[in-house]
Design a protein around this ligand. Structure first.
Ligand SMILES: O=C(O)CCC(=O)C(=O)O
Ligand SMILES: [Fe+2]
Length: 313
């Protein structure tokens, strides 16, 4: 399916030298980031800082946590109100199971979660999750800096960066052929995040929708991460960036694992005035990200384009 379109999703090779703002490779990556987000709402990062051992250890950690008894996984692991940590057994998503940790870039927070799951401790889980999240955070910062530079608002980066927080979530999808269920792992949606950075295990499943409505596969690769623009980035950019519609279809007769770091914003988000002009008049009212997440859980949410229904002008 759609191999031609698939080749056009930018694949950015993030080597050490890209870390130097102003270098030729930084500028070339900058353009690809802009193209990926504006055309597809996503991009792929191939990363020499993402070693194969980390790929293996993060999915060993995922298996470890999903193998725990349901009662253990269902314990409250977050102090945030309305937070859903463990999700499984939804009638509309029979293949889907996921579990989340707050602030996984902070060792103490990962330890807090680990000790709830394993009261005697599990250092290998703790260290894998923490180092996965820290590595992704580095890439996240680079991509976010590039987005701000692309739109000429580098000066706003620091105050934005202070408002972020992360949720790390692991996913496990049953093989549909074992259960005679449909292949839908998770239906078409955009994420409510600023960015979602996903890493898939060996079994494919993630698909994204192009502007012309075609679904294309995102193949799992051990050293690559898939970056998805969420609703908050779309709003922040005043509709320059698309929020990427995506879904998971589990078509192989195998269990599928994936993991991701999802960025949320504390407090109110609004379009910077520098991004409002004749071509892009203001399209969104300021909104509180936590309230938007609550709205998404409510029965009366708009199912087609919730972010526009929530704060669109
Ligand atoms: O399992 C995946 O790879 C993606 C999950 C996803 O899209 C989500 O949780 O929003
Ligand atoms: Fe998603």
């Amino acid at each position: 399916m759609g191999s031609l379109a698939e080749q056009k999703i930018p694949v950015i090779n993030f080597k050490e030298e890209h870390l130097k703002p102003g270098s030729d490779s930084w500028i070339s990556a900058l353009k690809q980031v802009r193209y990926g987000f504006e055309e597809y709402g996503c991009l792929e990062i191939v990363c020499d800082q993402f070693p194969f051992e980390l790929h293996n250890s993060i999915f060993d950690a995922a298996e470890d946590v999903f193998n725990l008894p349901k009662e253990t996984k269902m314990q409250k692991t977050s102090t945030r109100p309305g937070k859903i940590g463990y999700i499984a057994g939804l009638p509309e998503l029979p293949l889907y199971e996921s579990i989340a940790l707050d602030s996984a870039t902070t060792l103490e927070e990962v330890e807090y979660f680990t000790n709830i799951m394993w009261p005697a401790g599990n250092n290998s889980f703790r260290d894998s999750v923490h180092s996965f999240s820290k590595r992704i955070e580095v890439l996240h910062e680079m991509v976010t800096r590039m987005v701000f530079e692309n739109y000429g608002v580098e000066g706003l980066f620091n105050s934005f960066w202070e408002k972020r927080f992360y949720v790390c979530r692991f996913f496990k999808y049953k093989a549909p052929h074992q259960t005679n269920e449909s292949e839908v792992g998770i239906g078409a949606h955009t994420d409510s995040t600023f960015l979602s950075i996903l890493h898939q295990h060996q079994v494919k499943g993630l698909q994204i929708k192009t502007k012309d409505g075609q679904w294309i596969d995102v193949k799992p690769k051990p050293s690559s991460l898939f970056v998805i623009a969420g609703d908050v980035l779309k709003v922040w950019s005043n509709d320059r960036v698309r929020s990427c519609e995506h879904q998971v279809m589990v078509s192989e007769d195998k269990i599928r694992y994936s993991a991701g770091l999802f960025t949320f914003i504390k407090g109110v988000m609004q379009v910077p005035e520098e991004l409002i002009d004749d071509e892009y008049p203001l399209r969104y009212k300021p909104f509180d990200h936590a309230e938007y997440n609550r709205y998404l859980l409510s029965e009366d949410r708009d199912k087609n384009c919730p972010i526009n229904a929530f704060c669109g002008i």
